[in-house]
Ligand binder design. Structure first.
Ligand SMILES: [Zn+2]
Length: 307
């Protein structure tokens, strides 16, 4: 098996309510679609992820913040900001979301399964060191990058094609020049960060802000150029992907025009590059995407391209 599908039943226990765009139906749509694609289903290694430990979450987050999320969930829930509810199950869900991505990294580093798609929620790329925001509790991908570094990976590339800027991921990794972050996102748009001039304190950030409504090829080409640029004198030992499917045409929270086939093309490009860099190690984690059927179609396209 070369591709794992990693998820955890606890990811469904982050209860935001059905009127919130980031509801559990987004996640359920993926295995449902997979069962209708038996050829793909059969070539995937199906893995139940694990929970991240508190120490692992603290690779990216302040201990006091981590504890405050746990306590809020224990008390029955609340909200981190107007968009970011916490329910009783959210602590277990958030630890599972981060843990699934860690498991993908471990499978890749062990040489067992070089590529994974992690179907997780809550998403992570807006979460800051001391504060959750934008539907995100913990920075799943940033935690995975820090973990990979600790496991001896010298250089990590993070590619974020969610329609929103991965402000949390940038904040959590920009001080470590051995982790490079490339983000394609709509501009101007939530959360308002991610200007092209913002390269981070070490020049290890490539922000690609783009207007809504352009032909899909424009977005794809811009992201490819940025990845090429970020890896000119930097050979990653692991590629992490913040796979947000709100960049697909028709998403209620974005104005990009991509189709699942465009993300398949981008994935194939990253897999090919990763083949030359690091034995093809690519771990993708679900971020945004608010039309469940489109999330599923996008996820399947990414997994197909990974095989
Ligand atoms: Zn998003």
């Amino acid at each position: 098996m070369t591709v794992a599908f990693i998820s955890h039943s606890d990811c469904g226990r982050h209860d935001t309510g059905w009127r919130h765009p980031e509801h559990v139906g987004r996640l359920r749509a993926i295995p449902r679609a997979l069962r209708d694609d038996l050829d793909l289903y059969q070539v995937l290694e199906h893995v139940e992820g694990r929970h991240a430990t508190v120490a692992e979450i603290q690779l990216a987050h302040h201990p006091g913040y981590v504890d405050s999320v746990r306590r809020l969930a224990e008390q029955g829930g609340g909200a981190l900001d107007a968009d970011t509810p916490v329910s009783e199950g959210s602590w277990d869900a958030a630890r599972a979301a981060a843990g699934c991505v860690l498991q993908g990294v471990d499978l890749a580093l062990d040489g067992k399964v070089p590529r994974s798609f992690c179907a997780v929620r809550p998403p992570g790329h807006h979460a800051l060191r001391v504060r959750g925001m934008g539907f995100c509790l913990f920075g799943n991908v940033a935690i995975a990058a820090r973990h990979a570094r600790r496991q001896g990976v010298e250089r990590v590339l993070i590619v974020d094609w969610d329609v929103h800027h991965g402000n949390g991921t940038q904040a959590l990794v920009e001080h470590d020049p051995s982790i490079r972050f490339v983000s394609l996102h709509q501009w101007p748009w939530y959360p308002g960060t991610g200007a092209q001039e913002d390269r981070g304190p070490h020049g290890s950030v490539w922000n690609v802000p783009m207007p809504a409504g352009l032909p899909a090829a424009r977005y794809v080409d811009a992201l490819r150029v940025a990845v090429e640029d970020a890896t000119r004198e930097f050979t990653p030992g692991l590629v992490l992907v913040s796979a947000g499917f709100d960049c697909l045409a028709g998403d209620p929270l974005g104005g990009f025009t991509l189709e699942p086939s465009d993300l398949a093309g981008l994935t194939a490009f990253l897999v090919e590059r990763a083949g030359a860099w690091c034995g093809g190690r690519v771990v993708a984690a679900l971020e945004g995407g608010y039309v469940p059927e489109r999330v599923a179609a996008g996820a399947l396209a990414v997994m197909q391209a990974m095989t």
